[in-house]
Each structure stands twice: as C-alpha cells, then as structure tokens.
Design a protein around this ligand. Structure first.
Ligand SMILES: NC(=O)c1ccc[n+]([C@@H]2O[C@H](COP(=O)([O-])OP(=O)(O)OC[C@H]3O[C@@H](n4cnc5c(N)ncnc54)[C@H](OP(=O)(O)O)[C@@H]3O)[C@@H](O)[C@H]2O)c1
Length: 246
C-alpha cells in the first residue's frame, strides 16, 4: 500500500476519471476526500464503494471555480483527516460549440473551472500540505492542451494548455517540498464524451495506436504513480496517457 494513512483530495470524484482515481487511492491505503459540484447521488455512490472496500472516505460539495467553496473544501478536508498529502485537480468541463459563436460567459465558465479552479485548489490546499512527508499535486490536463486541438473546444483546449503551464510554474514554486505533475489523457470513456456521435468516435479510434479508448482506471493508475514515491525525482512533468494517438 503506497499511501497508507496519507490523505488524498480528488476534485470532481463523483464520476469518471476522478471516481476511478478516488477508488485507486483508497485501494492504496489513502484516506480519501471525494469532491463534487452538483451530483450528490453519484458522490454518495463513490463513498459507498470505497466504504465497502474498507476505505476511509468523506464527500464534500464544492464548486472549484468558487474561491470560498475551495477554501472551505480544503479546510474541511484537512480538519476531517488531519492534513492533506495529495491533491488531484481533476474537476473539469467542456462545452463544444462553433468557435465564433462562443460567448465571453462560456469562456469564463470553462477557464473558471478548468484553469482558475486548479489554481484556487492549489492555493488553498498548500497551507495544509506544508511540512508533510512526500506531498504531491497532480493536475489533469488533456492532449487537447498539447496537440489534438479542435476549434469547437478552443476554450477547453486553452484551459488545458494553461494547466500544463500552471504545473511547471507550481513545480518550481513549491520545490523541494511538494512535487507538482500533470497527466494529459487522450480519449477516455466517461460522461464528458456522452454527446459525441458514434461515427466521430469510430473515426477517432483509427488515430489511436492501441485501437480503443482508455478507461478511467487506466488514467487513475498514472495519477497514483506520479503521486507516489515511485516518482520521487519527477516534478513539473506532463505524462501523456492516450494509447498512442496520431
Ligand atoms: N474523458 C476524457 O476523454 C478526458 C480526456 C482528457 C482529459 N479529461 C479530463 O479529465 C477530467 C475528468 O473528466 P471526466 O471525463 O471524468 O469527466 P466527467 O465524467 O464529466 O466528470 C466530471 C467530474 O467533475 C466534477 N465537476 C464538474 N464541474 C465541477 C466544479 N465546478 N467543481 C467541482 N467539481 C466539478 C463533476 O461533478 P458532478 O458529478 O457533481 O457534476 C464530476 O465529478 C477533466 O478535467 C477532463 O477535462 C477527460
């Protein structure tokens, strides 16, 4: 167990990649804080799954784009479990629409959750992570933030490129005490992609060397690795997990 008695906060862990990551940390012995924005039912299901497997877990509602919420999330998490060792900034949204029709409000919403939300979570988690052994932060970007761009999700792509830059900046700022790394998934089978056409999905699979989408659990494994002492000399890095997309 690589995280025995450590405390892991995973934003957006009621569903998808965040849920798989919360379960993976619990399996490694961590006490887990499940965060969600609106979907209490899904968050409670994640809690039940972790509890059934014998894990310690608490669910806390908070909108990562809202600074007061984020401050409360980190304070409640640290108070409940006595500090924070691992922060995974996973909460994210995408709103596909023609680029020229995007509104300022839409840009602000996407950047607010994906990029500013990541910054706010780090800002308010760090005071609770100082002085702990082997503290680590993992940000979830996307290959859309590197090279698989799409004009319909330009605001998302730019937010995810920003997450990679934020990772490198915080890796310098928080070294040597806290390592900061990033995972950039390619296509993963979750609700965020529920609206995509079958033909589009099949077309995209042809670009993937492994000829399939990834599972949330496969992303979770990369997150757990980067947060663990197996990655003790890695900071400021972005690990692409996309099945070999070209
Ligand atoms: N799936 C992919 O193909 C893919 C690829 C690359 C990167 N990613 C990234 O991976 C991360 C997880 O995506 P996913 O596919 O697992 O998405 P998902 O299944 O749609 O789950 C999104 C999660 O984020 C939470 N969330 C959304 N807005 C939030 C907010 N303002 N504050 C707090 N929590 C919020 C949701 O909570 P509620 O349940 O309460 O709504 C939910 O738990 C995202 O950052 C996404 O951009 C995904």
């Amino acid at each position: 167990m690589r995280f025995k008695d450590k405390v892991a906060v995973i934003t957006g862990s009621s569903r998808g990649i965040g849920k798989a990551t919360a379960i993976a940390f619990a399996r490694e012995g961590a006490k887990v804080v499940v965060n969600y924005a609106n979907n209490k039912v899904a968050a409670d299901e994640t809690v039940i799954e972790i509890n059934k497997a014998g894990g310690e877990v608490v669910a806390i509602q908070a909108d990562v784009a809202n600074e007061a919420d984020v401050k409360r999330l980190m304070t409640e998490a640290a108070t409940h479990f006595g500090g924070i060792d691992v922060l995974v900034n996973n909460a994210g949204i995408v709103i596909d629409s023609p680029l020229l029709e995007k509104t300022a409000e839409q840009w602000e919403h996407t950047l607010g959750v994906n990029l500013i939300g990541t910054f706010l979570c780090i800002k308010h988690a760090v005071p609770h992570m100082r002085g702990r052994m082997c503290a680590s932060i993992i940000n979830i970007s996307s290959t859309n933030g590197i090279d698989t761009l799409s004009p319909e999700s330009a605001d998302y792509d730019i937010s995810k490129a920003g997450v990679i830059s934020l990772t490198k900046n915080f890796a310098q700022e928080l070294a040597p005490e806290i390592r900061v790394n990033c995972v950039a998934p390619g296509w993963v089978d979750t609700d965020i992609n529920a609206g995509l056409e079958k033909e589009y999905i099949e077309g995209e699979i042809q670009h993937i060397a492994l000829k399939r989408w990834g599972s949330p659990e496969e992303i979770a494994k990369a997150v757990v690795f980067l947060a663990s002492e197996d990655a003790s000399f890695i900071t400021g890095a972005t690990l692409v997990v996309d099945g070999g997309y070209q």
